[in-house]
Design a binder for this molecule. Structure first.
Ligand code: NAD
Ligand code: TYD
Length: 349
């Protein structure tokens, strides 16, 4: 029986996507994930235990592993998420970003090319999951990013994702591989590693720790709840056209400082603390080198498939905050890596 391969399925978006696809589709799902610092099986563990999905611990940049997974599981569809994903880490040390994001994508594309001699888009599909960050940043008056915009990546992370996008499109054009590329804005929701802005601010506010805002905090991101990203990826997988590019966003541009203040007020409410307690923890610190000023996504390419986002930060943030306050043990354990070995012994095949 054929399988849908989800790489990076133990990460933030992967965990949410695996749950979504396991619930609403009949696909036989195989997850390939190297369980790096941001990969964790507590989210998808129950689906592995119940037999609904299969988990393989392995590196997307290792050709033998990837070729074996394609052959053993008769992979006919891929959603490729596995990546190094944090901009600040890429600024500190880019090497692993080049290996995983560029070489890893190359290895997967080659494995798909070898495994799918017909490259029939009716039976085979490769969704390459990218970011809006490849387009660089926008001025205040610029139109949102569109599918034909030029690439102008600013960070080593964005440059590595841009490189992988070029490989994916080249394999589509040269070899006819049925590849679709998606570009999504900033995600928020459950299971996000607490180095990213939103979970970091929630947990620090809870703990009474400082809330580090880079520079003046006037930078703008276009935020999307991870559930909306996951449903969009399903639409692209099922209805997208190979060779096409899909931009995914919820039309929710917010300044960092505005979002942080919103989180502060909601954490105070949730913990019944005096108004303004968390805001007093905000500290403006040195700006990120090369910091992009504004991202905004024109999602009309994905709207044309019939997809729409259902959430905004204002409607969804209270639930997200509640999730992190309820899962503070998970946050501590993924930060320290404490559960990794145990889950590995429980669930790896
Ligand atoms: P994440 O860091 O939470 O998860 C990445 C996952 O990939 C982890 O489970 C990790 O173990 C795995 N991984 C890393 N290196 C690997 C390797 N060599 N082999 C196999 N697995 C490996 O990241 P995320 O936020 O879930 O992002 C997933 C994808 O979505 C990335 O490609 C990212 O560029 C893209 N994306 C993310 C966002 C966002 O806001 N988080 C927005 C747009 C696009
Ligand atoms: P982040 O969650 O790292 O996502 P990305 O860099 O991929 O957009 O950061 C979101 C925004 O928040 C970005 O403009 C950087 C800013 N930021 C802070 O101001 N303080 C922080 O501690 C972090 C992690 C991010």
């Amino acid at each position: 029986m054929n399988s849908l391969l989800i790489t990076g399925g133990a990460g933030f978006i992967g965990t949410n996507l695996v749950h979504h696809l396991a619930a609403v589709t009949d696909h036989r799902i195989v997850v390939l994930d190297a369980l790096t610092y941001s990969g964790d099986l507590s989210g998808i563990g129950p689906l592995i235990k119940s037999g609904r999905i299969e988990f393989i611990e392995g590196d997307v940049a290792a050709p033998e592993t990837v070729t074996h997974v394609f052959a053993r599981h008769q992979v006919d569809r891929v959603i490729h998420l596995a990546a190094e994903s944090h901009v600040d880490r890429s600024i500190a040390d880019a090497e692993q970003f080049l290996r995983t994001n560029i070489t890893g994508t190359y290895v997967l594309l080659e494995a798909a090319r070898a495994a799918w001699p017909d490259k029939d888009p009716a039976t085979t599909r490769f969704v390459h999951v990218s970011t809006d960050e490849v387009f660089g940043d926008l001025g205040a008056q610029d139109a949102p990013f569109g599918a034909n915009d030029r690439y102008r990546p600013s960070s080593p992370y964005a440059a590595s994702k841009a490189s992988s996008d070029h490989l994916a499109r080249a394999w589509q054009r040269t070899y006819g591989l049925p590849v679709m590329v998606t570009h999504c804005g900033n995600n928020y929701g459950p299971w996000q590693f607490p180095e990213k802005l939103i979970p970091l601010m929630i947990l620090n506010a809870k703990d009474g720790a400082e809330l580090p805002v880079y520079g003046d905090g006037r930078q703008i991101r276009d935020w999307i709840h991870v559930d909306d990203h996951c449903s969009a990826l399903r639409y692209v997988l099922e209805r997208g056209t190979p060779g096409h590019t899909y931009l995914i966003g919820a039309n929710c541009e917010r300044t960092n400082i505005g979002l942080v203040e919103q989180i502060c007020d909601r954490v105070d409410q949730a913990l019944q603390r005096p108004a303004g307690s968390a805001r007093a923890l905000i500290r403006h610190i040195n700006d990120r080198p090369g910091h992009d000023q504004r991202y905004a996504v024109d999602a009309s390419t994905t709207h044309a498939l019939g997809w729409r986002a259902a959430h905004t930060p204002e409607t969804a943030m209270a639930g997200v905050i509640e999730w992190y306050l309820d899962h503070d043990r998970w946050c501590e354990n993924i930060r320290s890596g404490e559960y990794r070995g145990w889950y590995r012994s429980q669930y790896s095949s």
